[in-house]
Structure formats: structure tokens, C-alpha cells
Design a protein around this ligand. Structure first.
Ligand code: GTP
Ligand code: MG
Length: 674
């Protein structure tokens, strides 16, 4: 009988206490017999030197423990918004989550970003209101803020006695507490008609068992979110949370006999530089040295063989000859794999983005020019672990830039290059990453066997604006008979490949920025065959014909549609002393920031504004001066808005297909190299 597994994410705004809580859970489960602390740099999950120095989590880490016959693989994630990519990569593999909220700071910007993603994905989530022992803890206010700003679908599971004092206690509500019982029954009955009917008919006939079962069922459907309170430092409330994990979150034994299906979510390097791929198995069993079909994020297929397997066990990792459905494991020997690749059949969820992409970039250069080659190698290694840094060289090949979420990430990249690779680097000032949106409709066609078309394919594409934040949607508006099925197996594979060619082309629009929020429709398609009618006669078309023709056609359509360059806008939350309001509002006005929300708590004011991302660093620099060092600023992406005034054109990394001659020449060169 396979064991049950619960892959559990611990998520929160920075500093809410995730790593400390992880340590406490390991202790409560008997995995460790001393509790490490973040401040002393002794926790089990913050193991990187940089994490210990800075006291923040930078990378997600997996540790495991057992409760009630279930293996819990706990993933401690970073809360700093600069490292959101680490959360992104684990989100689609979670069976459940604990969202930690500080009882002092309450609901913070990142708390909302995370909760929104968890709810969208319907990840069963418990809330843990932490730090009830700290001065200023106010659980009542935090519960109100959760209802008002996160979700009203919460079930407080208890209350805090003497919040704000070192010996603050969590007092769980009992099912015999009439207020709790009525509140719980009503909340659950709202979402279950048969419970509602039973409740209306005879309240006392609804048993404890039924209520417990229904609470677990609705939590597992992500319809309600039980809230626990406590302190990760003192350990208060942790036992109750632990029981909640076992009773309320889904733990299942997957199907070890099914078709193999897993996803790579993290890449690491071992002590000898060997590649280690972290995989979450959704179905089937992977055996050591068994041939595994791997499908890459770019649509390629390959076979790989795991030469070693290990699984998390009691705070460490142990070697094993196999990995089964539901489990997380480390695989050695898959040298070609990348984050996001799938093993076997693609898992039901994943692939799509949950959070906003990086909005900043910077040019990085070695201090000593002779390190240029080594720097490129080192950045390739970093990109293997974090593809979102999107290392790019401009089309002259001289300048290398990386995408960033913020300045802390920039410092961490600099420090990692120095300590792990021995390369000192300088960064140019961080600039923003814009996007391009089409403003109208554009169409272009290249017809097979006509003079100007150098490829054995007909492709017609239409580009039109799509809804905001919809990304790129690709549709096929042609009949299956016109698709080259003999090379692409079936219509779906052809569509997937075409969508990839389209996405790759749209990485660089008319002004060098990513084209987004558009719908691209294939309006014409044909291929050549040796025994076809004269208009289609010729050597069989190959995938390369479709791949290389797409950019030529698509960029013409984009040119015709026209695009507008849009800049990232941040939703900035400022917490400032009341006396500084007028100076801060004046400064905000000068930055072109629009005030969305303002509230007062004691002698602190919270102001929420939306401002161009390019101007926010300036505000950040000025804030200490304006607020006597007491102001706090936090920012999350709000969206993109057309740049008012001048915009910059980004240097391309590939040859512009609008320059037909150069584009065709570059393909010939590439062909010669291959
Ligand atoms: N008083 C008190 N302090 C706490 C509690 N939990 C954590 N802390 C402190 O809060 C700080 C941040 O704790 P961490 O556990 O690193 O928080 P985190 O959420 O893992 O932070 P990141 O991973 O960097 O986002 C540390 O100084 C902890 O000692 C708590 O329950 N009570
Ligand atoms: Mg942490």
C-alpha cells in the first residue's frame, strides 16, 4: 500500500515567520531535537551562506516529516517579492498550503498577491496568524483585515489569550462552544444545501462528525480557509496547526501503476557540479536507470535515464531506487532537462504563469574583461536554476543583460557570482522592461511556390489586440486538411508548435519589447507534396519551413497592426507617520502617482498609490528623508500603461525579420553551423 503524501507550501510576505514555523513543525514532528533560529542562522531550510547572512530566505527548500501516517513534504518559500520566481515554480505542485500572516503587520501586499494565486489555483489553504507573542499583536484586527482584503471565506479555529505578551496562548474553539458551532455550521451550510436543509430542520441533529467532515471537505475544495493562531517562536498553536494539516488538507496515495507523469520544478548542482533535477510525480513510478520520455518546455522530446534517485526524509535526503506518484524526489543523470520540463505524460496542471514577470533589467559586465567568457558560463548556470532572469546578449553579442524583480535580487546575483564563481561584476543602473501592445489589426500571408517565398509552406497570420493581461492567444482558423500532419502527428501538435514559433517571434516586437495582450490567428496554411496539384507540388515541407517562415509573416502583420510601448505600473503601499503625510503626498504628486486608498491606524497612515515603476526607486530613495526614517514602502505590479512621452527601444537579441535579406542570411549561417 503506497504511503500518502502531502506536498505542502509555506507562503507569506517577507519576514512573517515561514522559516521559523518550518523549524517548529520539524521539531513538533520529532525530526529535530533543537529548534534553530533565523537570527542565529541555524535553521534547516535557510542553508545558503547568503540566506544566513541576510536572515532572509532566497531559495525554496524541501524538508519532510511524518504525521499520522502521511509524509509531509514541506516547501519553505521566500517571501521577498524579488524572489517570487521561487514561489512560481512550486505553486503548481502543491496539494495544500499554509499562508502565514503576522499578527502585528497583518495583511501585507505580498499576502494578497499570494492568496490571490492560491485561490485562483484552488490550492487548499490554511491560514496561520503568527507572532501573537510580539508587542503590537492584534489578532482581532488581523482577522478583520483578512475578511476585508483576502477572503470572507475564513473559519477562525480559535482565539488568542493575552496577545502581545510573551506567554500569549492559542485557545482552540471546541465543538461544544455554541458560538463557534453556530458560526461554523452557518458558514459551511452556505456552501452545502443538504447541510443547510438538515440544519434548518433540526440544528441539534447535525453531529460533530458531520461538521468535521464537511469542514475538511470544503477546505480541500478550497471553498473555506480555517485560520489558526500562534507563535512560531514560542511554539504556541503549532500543535493545533499540525493537527489541522493532517485532518483538513488532502493527502493521497497516488497511482503508482499509472502512466508516468511528473514535472521538473527545480534544478541544482551537486558538489561535483553534477546536475540534480527536482521532480514532482503526479502518476506512475520512476525506476532508477529506466528510460524516461522527457518533453521540454520548447516542445522538444527526448529520452533520459535517472542514474540516481533520492527522496526527502526526516529533514534530510535518502537514496532510493524508485519514486512514485505523489512524491517529490531528486533525480541525477538527466543532463538535458530544464525547469518546467515534463517526464512522461504532461501533468494536469502547470505550465501557465501565476505571478507577474520581472519588470526590470540591467546590463552586467565583468570587472576584469578576461572574465567575459567565464561570466557567460556562470550566468548560464544561474539561468538554469532561475530561467526568469532571462540572460540575453544583444545582437552584437557584446552586452549581456539579465531580468530582475528588484535590487535585492541584483545584489544576490552579484554576491553569488563573486562567491560561487569567483567573478566580480558591475551592474549598470536598473531600467524597466516595457511591453508592446498591438493597437489595430494586421494581416500578412506568404504563399507556397510564389516568387518571394523562400520556404515550402503557406502561412497567413492575423494579429489583433486582446484583452488586457491576457498574454498571447494563438488560434488556428484553418481546416485540419491544410495542416502538415505527416510531420506533426496531429492537429494539436501542429497547433502547439505553431504557437511556440509565434511566441518566440513576439519576444521582440517593433521596438524590441515583448508583444503581448494580443490574439494571433492562423488564417492560411498549406504545404508542398511531390504528387500534389501544381500549386503545391514540390519536395515535402519540413517543420523548419514553418518555423522559419513564421517570423517573416508575423512581423509583417505586427508592423501593419502597429504597437504601442507600455511601461510597468506599480501599486505602492506606503506606511508613514501621520506628520509626514503632506510632504509625502507632494512628492507622490510630482512622481505622477495616483492615490487609490488611504487609511489611518494610530499615528501611522497607509497610502496606496499607483505609479510608474521607473519612478518608484526615486521615491524609495527619498522616503527616509521625508519620514524621518520611519516610512516603509512595498510595491507589487499593477499592470502596464502606454508610456507618456518618449520611450526607449530595446536592442534586439535576434536578427529582425523585417529586414528580410539579413534574416534569410542569418538562417543560412545558422544552417551552416548546425
Ligand atoms: N516574536 C516573534 N518573532 C518571530 C516569530 N516568527 C518569526 N519571528 C521572527 O521574525 C523574523 C523573520 O522570521 P523568518 O522565519 O525568517 O521569516 P520568513 O517568513 O521565513 O522570512 P523570509 O523567508 O525572508 O520571507 C525573525 O527575526 C524571526 O525570529 C514569532 O512567532 N514571534
Ligand atoms: Mg524564510
Amino acid at each position: 500500500m503506497p504511503r500518502k503524501t502531502l506536498n505542502l507550501g509555506i507562503l507569506a510576505h517577507v519576514d512573517a515567520g515561514k522559516t521559523t514555523l518550518t523549524e517548529r513543525l520539524l521539531y513538533a514532528a520529532g525530526v529535530i531535537d533543537t529548534v534553530g533560529t533565523v537570527d542565529a542562522g541555524t535553521t534547516r531550510t535557510d542553508t545558503l551562506a547568503l540566506e544566513r547572512q541576510r536572515g532572509i530566505t532566497i531559495k525554496s527548500a524541501v524538508v519532510s516529516f511524518e504525521i499520522a501516517g502521511t509524509t509531509v513534504n514541506l516547501i519553505d518559500t521566500p517571501g521577498h517579492p524579488d524572489f517570487i520566481a521561487e514561489v512560481e515554480r512550486v505553486l503548481s505542485l502543491l496539494d495544500g498550503a499554509v499562508l502565514v500572516i503576522s499578527a502585528v503587520e497583518g495583511v501585507q501586499p505580498q499576502t494578497r498577491v499570494l492568496m490571490r494565486a492560491l485561490r485562483r489555483l484552488r490550492v487548499p489553504t490554511l491560514l496561520f496568524v503568527n507572532k501573537i507573542d510580539r508587542g503590537g499583536a492584534d489578532p482581532g484586527r488581523v482577522l478583520d483585515a483578512i475578511r476585508g482584503r483576502l477572503t470572507a471565506a475564513i473559519i477562525p479555529m480559535g482565539t488568542a489569550d493575552e496577545p502581545g505578551a510573551r506567554d500569549a496562548r492559542f485557545r482552540p474553539y471546541g465543538f461544544d462552544d455554541p458560538t463557534f458551532r453556530t458560526g461554523l455550521t452557518e458558514a459551511l451550510a452556505e456552501r452545502n444545501d443538504s447541510l443547510l436543509a438538515a440544519y434548518v430542520e433540526n440544528e441539534s441533529a447535525v453531529t460533530d462528525g458531520r461538521l468535521r467532515g464537511e469542514l475538511a471537505a470544503q477546505t480541500r475544495r478550497s471553498s473555506v480557509h480555517p485560520v489558526f493562531l500562534g507563535s512560531a517562536i514560542t511554539g504556541e498553536g503549532v500543535a493545533a496547526l499540525m493537527t489541522g494539516l493532517a485532518e483538513l488538507l488532502p493527502a493521497e496515495a497516488g497511482d503508482p501503476e499509472g502512466t508516468v507523469s511528473g514535472r521538473i520544478f527545480k534544478i541544482d548542482r551537486g558538489p561535483a557540479g553534477e546536475k540534480i533535477a527536482y521532480v514532482r510525480m503526479f502518476a506512475g513510478t520512476v525506476q532508477i536507470r529506466q528510460r524516461l520520455p522527457v518533453e521540454t518546455t520548447t516542445g522538444g522530446e527526448a529520452e533520459a535515464k535517472a542514474t540516481g534517485i533520492s527522496v526527502p526524509e526526516r529533514g534530510g535526503w535518502v537514496r532510493r531506487p524508485h519514486l512514485v506518484a505523489g512524491e517529490i524526489g531528486r533525480l541525477w543523470g538527466l543532463s538535458g532537462v530544464r525547469i518546467g520540463d515534463t517526464i512522461g505524460r504532461p501533468p494536469p496542471s502547470g505550465g501557465q504563469w501565476h505571478f507577474a514577470p520581472p519588470t526590470m533589467e540591467t546590463v552586467v559586465a565583468p570587472v576584469r574583461p578576461e572574465n567575459d567568457g567565464a561570466l557567460r558560463g556562470a550566468l548560464a548556470r544561474l539561468a538554469e536554476q532561475d530561467p526568469l532572469i532571462n540572460v540575453r546578449a544583444d545582437d552584437t553579442g557584446r552586452e549581456i543583460s539579465v531580468s530582475l524583480y528588484g535590487e535585492v535580487q541584483k545584489e544576490v546575483i552579484g554576491a553569488t557570482l563573486a562567491t560561487e564563481f569567483g567573478i566580480d561584476v558591475t551592474f549598470r543602473e536598473t531600467t524597466i522592461i516595457c511591453v508592446e501592445r498591438p493597437v489595430g489589426r494586421g494581416e500578412a500571408v506568404e504563399v507556397l511556390n510564389t516568387g518571394s517565398n523562400p520556404f515550402r509552406a503557406t502561412i497567413g497570420l492575423r494579429v489583433e489586440p486582446g484583452p488586457q493581461d491576457s498574454g498571447i492567444e494563438f488560434r488556428v482558423g484553418v481546416a485540419p486538411q491544410s495542416m502538415p500532419m505527416y510531420v506533426y502527428r496531429n492537429a494539436d501538435t501542429f497547433t502547439d508548435h505553431m504557437a511556440q514559433y509565434v511566441r518566440r517571434t513576439l519576444c521582440e516586437g517593433r521596438f524590441g519589447w515583448q508583444v503581448t495582450d494580443c490574439v494571433v490567428t492562423m488564417i492560411d496554411c498549406s504545404y508542398s507534396v511531390p504528387d500534389g496539384p501544381p500549386s503545391r507540388r514540390g519536395p515535402l515541407s519540413t517543420p523548419a519551413d514553418f518555423r522559419d517562415l513564421t517570423p517573416l509573416v508575423l512581423m509583417r502583420a505586427v508592423e501593419q497592426a502597429g504597437t504601442v510601448v507600455c511601461e510597468p505600473m506599480l501599486r505602492v503601499s506606503l506606511e508613514i507617520p501621520v506628520w509626514a503625510i503632506s510632504a509625502v503626498l507632494t512628492a507622490l504628486g510630482r512622481l505622477g502617482a495616483a492615490v487609490r486608498h488611504q487609511s489611518l491606524r494610530g499615528d501611522l497612515t497607509t497610502i496606496e498609490v499607483v505609479a510608474p515603476a521607473a519612478r518608484v526607486p526615486d521615491l524609495q530613495r527619498r522616503l527616509p528623508g521625508l519620514t524621518g526614517g520611519e516610512g516603509v514602502l512595498e510595491a507589487t505590479l499593477d499592470g502596464y500603461r502606454p508610456v507618456r512621452g518618449e520611450f526607449t527601444t530595446r536592442p534586439r537579441t535576434t536578427v529582425d525579420p523585417r529586414n528580410r535579406e539579413r534574416y534569410l542570411l542569418s538562417l543560412t549561417r545558422q544552417g551552416a553551423r548546425e
